[in-house]
Ligand binder design. Structure first.
Ligand SMILES: NC(=O)c1ccc[n+]([C@@H]2O[C@H](COP(=O)([O-])OP(=O)(O)OC[C@H]3O[C@@H](n4cnc5c(N)ncnc54)[C@H](OP(=O)(O)O)[C@@H]3O)[C@@H](O)[C@H]2O)c1
Length: 304
């Protein structure tokens, strides 16, 4: 006769987590966020810089990284509006707890001197950057040549192009000290506007086309390294983007989205985090993302 053999207790991750959640040392709201997916394991321990993290896609990207790897992550959040960065930091802390360390840094990417001092100004323990998300960017106006304000041309090029290039050049030396020629991720937020120029957007489109050229050239330049160069090109996303375009006029911004269902900034954030969370040999090099009603830069279906 065979008797069932006594079996050692089996501790799956689920039971361990259930046990842990009974300990008062770690609040249960943060326990429920503990994630050990392959993506969480790959991102865990990384230091991530996000430009333009005070709003829209940058803010959502910060939150999405935090949710995906809540146990051990460092996020360096940069933008000009420090108060907004502090709000994002508080949101992250409330949602995922202390496993994600956040460093808000006031930084105007259009100022070459500020970008030059950025890495040197980071505190000890924050300089080993693994991922740079070049997201800061803007559009000003809908003027057509020859009516385009000189100041708007300068702001768009200084921010979207020179700022992105300067940030990349500031971080790349850190990546290049690593084995195999270097390692790390550069994720550039381009736009459908960089692929398809449209009337009233000539300067913005030119800046995003420049981002595209720089990104493609960089990927080729870094071919003998393990550095991943990634571009994500959104179509229409509802953020503060149109409010900035119309110099703060909310009603003009609202009219852009009337009758449409634009993407949310979270939609783009999920794609950025997905790209960063792939196995190191996988490069999601180039992604174009539309909402369902959009098929080209200016081909949209409006319901009314
Ligand atoms: N929304 C869309 O439809 C759309 C479509 C395609 C691509 N994109 C691109 O997505 C990126 C993010 O835009 P968004 O839609 O999220 O717009 P958003 O809500 O206006 O966010 C733009 C971010 O860029 C930052 N920024 C602007 N100028 C800066 C500067 N000189 N230095 C540092 N940070 C600066 C802003 O922060 P501060 O003002 O605090 O500095 C803000 O955090 C941009 O590159 C944009 O071109 C947007």
């Amino acid at each position: 006769m065979r008797f069932p053999q006594p079996r050692p207790p089996i501790f799956t991750f689920r039971t361990l987590r259930a046990l842990l959640s009974k300990t008062p040392l770690i609040p249960s709201i943060w326990q429920s966020n503990m994630s050990h997916s392959a993506m969480a394991r790959r991102l865990s321990g990384k230091t991530i810089v996000i430009t333009g993290a005070s709003s829209g896609i940058g803010r959502s990207t910060a939150l999405e990284f935090a949710r995906t790897a809540p146990d051990d992550l460092r996020l360096i959040l940069t933008a000009r509006r420090e108060d907004r960065l502090n709000e994002v930091m508080a949101e992250i802390r409330a949602e995922v707890g202390p496993g994600v360390k956040v460093l808000p840094v006031r930084l105007d990417v259009s100022r070459s001197d500020e970008v030059r001092g950025f890495v040197g100004g980071l505190p000890e323990g924050w300089r080993e950057v693994d991922v740079l998300v070049n997201n800061a960017g803007l559009v000003k106006g809908v003027a057509r040549a020859p009516e385009i304000a000189e100041a708007d041309v300068a702001t768009m090029f200084d921010t979207n192009v020179t700022g992105l290039i300067n940030m990349t050049q500031a971080i790349l030396p850190i990546f290049k000290t690593r084995p195999d020629g270097g390692a790390g991720d550069i994720i550039n937020i381009g736009s459908i506007a960089g692929r398809e120029p449209y009337p009233g957007g000539s300067i913005y489109c030119a800046t995003k086309a420049a981002v595209r050229s720089f990104t493609d050239a960089l990927r080729r330049e870094l071919i003998a390294t393990r550095i991943r160069v990634i571009e994500v090109d959104p179509g229409q996303v509802e953020t503060e983007f149109s409010v900035v375009r119309f110099y703060g006029d909310q009603s003009k911004a609202d009219a852009v989205y009337a009758g449409c269902e634009p993407l949310t900034p979270d939609d783009i954030a999920e794609i950025v985090v997905f790209a960063a969370g792939r196995r190191e040999n996988v490069v999601v090099a180039d992604t174009l993302v539309f909402p369902n009603h959009q098929a080209a830069a200016t081909t949209m279906h409006k319901k009314s």
